[in-house]
Design a binder for this molecule. Structure first.
Ligand SMILES: Cc1cc2nc3c(=O)[nH]c(=O)nc-3n(C[C@H](O)[C@H](O)[C@H](O)COP(=O)(O)OP(=O)(O)OC[C@H]3O[C@@H](n4cnc5c(N)ncnc54)[C@H](O)[C@@H]3O)c2cc1C
Ligand code: FES
Length: 370
């Protein structure tokens, strides 16, 4: 059983501390963090950028400060791009998305924080770019994720326009970070409220993270009847032999750092709204101030004769996926259901099985929308 309890872990994350320290040391930062820099830091940054600029237009300039390499690079001329346009640029081997909107340039990472799609191939509407693969949305001014799937925001870079040249000003360290976790509040001992989430899938996880991002300091408990902390269920039909730990949405340390409790193998059996209590199968209960029910859906079970035979599987958990993968290797397989999940399952089956179409092993694929 895996359990991440936030009880003994308070304060900011190591990552947050590292970024904060870094922001004090560097003169030029991403637009988002730049706001935190003082006047003298910004003056110093401006002076350094001017000093760094070299003779021939599109030149890359580097300065080393506190061991971190600063980079100023011209991306294009301001007249090269029109309002509402976005373009991909390579800077030091990293893909950057440059956007021009209402005459203002902004730059963010070009790789979607979900599965890495190139955002330059997506759709830009106002200050928002929509990912071409699964539709996540990011604010191009600050890189924040505004619609899911995906959990993380994009790195955001300073853009300067001088003498008609559009330049990105950043550091090597910043360029290499493809994702950014929004800053989050911690639990406060004085806050006695508790948000309980029945279910620990992506819906509950995003809700928990959003609460912390928006400053909620009470207790947050995610409860799942499964034995795993939140994982990416969508991968189950694509990599059926993947171990659960390989598809966790966040590492276990993340929950400790942000005071998010995850109770595993706890099945909710009833809710008493008068007393604000969730009761579990093992007889225990949990008091809540606010309750979120995010229990997802489940497969419609087969009712035909033979449905309970040994080699009939349902695909919902990592254990189901691993069992199907093992049982199906070199066998003939029938997949019941023919929509998206079955397509992913079929792709895997083509690689693993003798045939994905005739009967020996039978699996029914969960249709999440039924
Ligand atoms: C094999 C497979 C492939 C998929 N592929 C895709 C895809 O390619 N693209 C896509 O967009 N979507 C896909 N989906 C759908 C996607 O996984 C779901 O839309 C998503 O997981 C829903 O998230 P959720 O948090 O609402 O619920 P879920 O991820 O279903 O999580 C529900 C949570 O509730 C818990 N729970 C349920 N009942 C109780 C209870 N009584 N007590 C305690 N805990 C309980 C569960 O343990 C779980 O933690 C796929 C689904 C499957 C099964
Ligand atoms: S890769 Fe962008 S939303 Fe999935």
């Amino acid at each position: 059983m895996e359990r991440a309890s936030g009880a003994d872990c308070r304060g900011g994350t190591n990552r947050t501390v590292a970024i904060a320290d870094w922001s004090r040391q560097l003169p030029v930062m991403a637009a988002a963090t730049n706001q935190r820099l003082g006047f003298h830091d910004r003056q110093r940054a401006r002076a350094m950028n001017i000093r760094d600029r070299q003779k021939d237009g599109r030149t890359e300039n580097k300065t080393t400060m506190n061991g971190n390499e600063m980079i100023t690079e011209e991306l294009c001329k301001d007249l090269d791009m029109q309002d509402g346009e976005m373009r991909e640029f390579q800077v030091q081997g990293q893909s950057i998305l440059l956007v021009r909107n209402n005459g203002v340039f902004s730059a963010v990472g070009n790789k979607c924080s979900h599965y890495g799609a190139p955002l330059s191939k997506g759709v830009l509407v106002g200050d928002r770019v929509r990912c071409p693969w699964h539709g996540a949305c990011f604010n191009v001014k600050n890189g924040d994720i505004e619609e899911f799937p995906g959990l993380d925001s994009l790195p955001c870079f300073t853009v300067k326009v001088e003498n008609g040249s559009v330049c990105i000003v950043t550091s090597k360290m910043e360029l290499e970070s493809s994702k950014r976790v929004k800053s989050m509040s911690s639990r406060s001992a004085g806050d006695r409220s508790a948000v309980v989430m029945v279910g620990a899938g992506p819906a509950a996880l995003v809700c928990a993270e959003t609460l912390r991002q928006e400053g909620y300091t009470g207790r947050i408990v995610l409860v799942t009847r499964e034995r795993h902390i939140p994982y990416d269920r969508t991968k189950l039909s694509k990599a059926m032999n993947a171990k659960a730990v390989e598809i966790y949405l966040r590492p276990i340390e993340f929950y400790k750092e942000h005071d998010l409790e995850v109770w595993t193998e706890k099945q909710a059996v009833s809710i008493n709204t008068d007393e604000a209590k969730v009761k579990f199968k093992d007889g225990s209960f949990l008091q809540y101030s606010q309750l979120l029910i995010a229990t997802g859906s489940r497969p419609r079970e087969l009712t035909c004769p033979g449905a309970t035979l040994q080699n009939v599987f349902y695909l919902r958990s990592p254990e189901d996926a691993n069992a199907i993968s093992e049982a199906a290797a070199g066998k003939n397989v029938v997949i019941m259901g023919s929509s998206f999940i079955a397509t992913g399952r079929r792709h895997f089956a083509l690689q693993q099985c003798k045939s994905p179409s005739t009967t020996l092993t039978l699996c029914k694929i969960r249709q999440p929308w039924t």
